[in-house]
Design a protein around this ligand. Structure first.
Ligand SMILES: [Fe+2]
Ligand SMILES: [Fe+2]
Length: 490
């Protein structure tokens, strides 16, 4: 059920991703709608490379890949670009495409989990090593991934359901690639980056997806992304011999033969592969950003990145459409009404956008389960704030609110999760987020039920006021909602 409500209109802001060319600095402005940000000022901004490299861990988690997958693929892809003699502008486009290549990965997770009847984080990495051209190999991998842990009949039902959907792989990939390309475009990255992400899974022999492009029809940057990500997965999970065998096997089928020969030439370069496997990978990746095209992101740009990742989080489950954006809006409004200084309002909104980023590490099978969770599933679900903390504290510009964002399920009386901390450790931001999170979850529509009426939702908050939930935050939100300062629910 939706309520029209009144809404404080968010202004349109200019997001500036500055490109430094030569000695001077040129500016590229992208106008995007974003949450009001009084802290937007004249600060020179931070390098986008560091922010995106650190956030790429969230994309790895969504793909079920070992953390650092995107950064390792970035190292491989950038070496390939350099050896091919790409110009600085193309290298810059390639660099961001490598870091953001999986930005659309959350958008097909729920469907995959539902069709396979298994955990998406188990299916996705398995499907990443399968040679789709080999129908037998594909059938075996599909069977192994269907209805895991279920009865034989259930497994067969899922397997046959998949087999009957002629264009399933293409559809799943199309969703993912379109969504990823869209996010890169919204963040103001060049068309070369956008196209590379869109065509990431095209294969040299025309058997790839979503369009079945062949050979040189596939953008060169997309061909680099494809071989870089596949080589990375094999190197990390199966070792050098399997990587070499895979490259020989797929040369001229999956991969551009010229690119394959270059990567095969590095097989004995232990220094390079040592760097790829290094724990210091993030600093290597940051140092690879083409110097003449370093992109800086200012305060408004950080809001845009936070919003893009909020959309990635919300796309992970079919139940959480706009949850993160709404929590950010409610929590920010509470802080503003309490007279908090503008910088803390901005911080709270960003914390709201990213509070559930750890959910990308939770199986969509659990996130989308309509019935009650069993003990094991509940324990897995309750780990998501730990993942939120882990991801955000590694992003220097977001580390200031990492812990506060991760505390959104904690309660004043210590009965929350996952740490069970009490009032002493919960500041205003954490308290506002906790209230906003519950209110949004109660009032938002879900595919299987309408949102709860506002009065009842406020009644539930009221019943926990002062014991589990902060009284000031509850009263403030109730006041804002009833006065129409924020939407009742969307
Ligand atoms: Fe949460
Ligand atoms: Fe939440």
């Amino acid at each position: 059920m939706s309520h029209p409500g009144h809404r404080v209109q968010p202004p349109t802001q200019s997001v500036t991703l500055r490109e430094k060319e030569g000695g001077g600095a040129s500016s590229q402005s992208v106008h995007l709608s974003s949450v009001e940000n009084p802290a937007v000022a004249t600060s020179p901004g931070v390098a986008a490379s560091g922010v995106l490299a650190a956030l790429s861990r969230a994309l790895d988690l969504t793909e079920g890949q070992p953390l650092g997958h995107s950064m390792r693929a970035c190292l491989i892809g950038m070496r390939l670009g350099q050896e091919l003699g790409l110009g600085e502008e193309d290298l810059a486009a390639l660099y961001y495409a490598l870091l953001l290549k999986d930005a659309g990965c959350s958008s097909n997770a729920a469907r995959m989990a539902s069709i396979f009847g298994s955990d998406d984080q188990v299916i996705k990495p398995r499907m990443k090593v399968v040679d789709w051209d080999d129908r037998m190999q594909l059938a075996v991998a599909t069977w192994r991934s269907s209805g895991q842990g279920r009865s034989l009949g259930d497994r067969m039902r899922h397997f046959l359901g998949i087999a009957r959907q002629e264009h399933l792989t293409r559809d799943l990939i199309a969703t993912r690639c379109e969504r990823g390309a869209d996010i890169a475009r919204r963040l103001g990255f060049p068309e070369g980056t956008v196209e590379a992400i869109r065509s990431l899974d095209e294969h040299w022999n025309g058997q790839g997806h979503p369009e079945g492009k062949r050979g040189d029809e596939i953008p060169l940057l997309a061909r680099i992304l494809n071989i870089a990500q596949t080589a990375e997965v094999f190197w990390v999970t199966q070792g050098p011999d399997a990587t070499q065998a895979m490259l020989l096997e797929r040369r001229g089928r999956w991969f551009d033969p010229r690119l394959t020969n270059i990567v095969l030439g590095w097989m004995h370069d232990l220094t390079f592969w040592g760097q790829v496997s290094s724990l210091e990978i993030e600093s290597h990746v940051v140092s690879l950003e083409p110097a003449k095209w370093v992109r800086h992101v200012d305060e408004a740009g950080l809001d845009e990145i936070a919003q893009a990742f909020a959309d990635i989080i919300d796309a992970k489950s079919s139940f959480t459409y706009r949850h993160s954006s709404q929590v950010a809006m409610y929590a920010g409004a509470i802080m503003e009404a309490l007279g908090t200084r503008p910088a803390d309002v901005v911080l709270t909104r960003r914390a709201g956008l990213l509070h559930d980023i750890g959910k990308v590490g939770i199986s969509s099978r659990i996130l989308d389960k309509t019935g009650a969770l069993d003990a094991e599933e509940r324990a897995a679900m309750q780990r998501h704030p730990e993942f939120t903390l882990e991801i955000l504290q590694n992003v220097s510009v977001f580390s200031e609110f990492a812990r506060r964002a991760a505390l959104h399920h904690e309660k004043l009386d210590g009965t929350g999760y996952p740490w069970g901390v009490g009032a002493d450790e919960l500041d205003r931001t954490a308290r506002a987020l906790a209230v906003a999170d519950i209110y949004e979850a109660l009032t938002a529509d879900r595919p299987y039920r309408a949102g709860m009426p506002v009065g009842r939702a406020l009644g539930i908050l009221e019943s926990e006021k002062g014991t589990k939930l902060d009284a000031e935050a509850v009263d403030t939100l109730a006041g804002l909602v009833t006065e129409g300062e924020v939407p009742l629910a969307l």
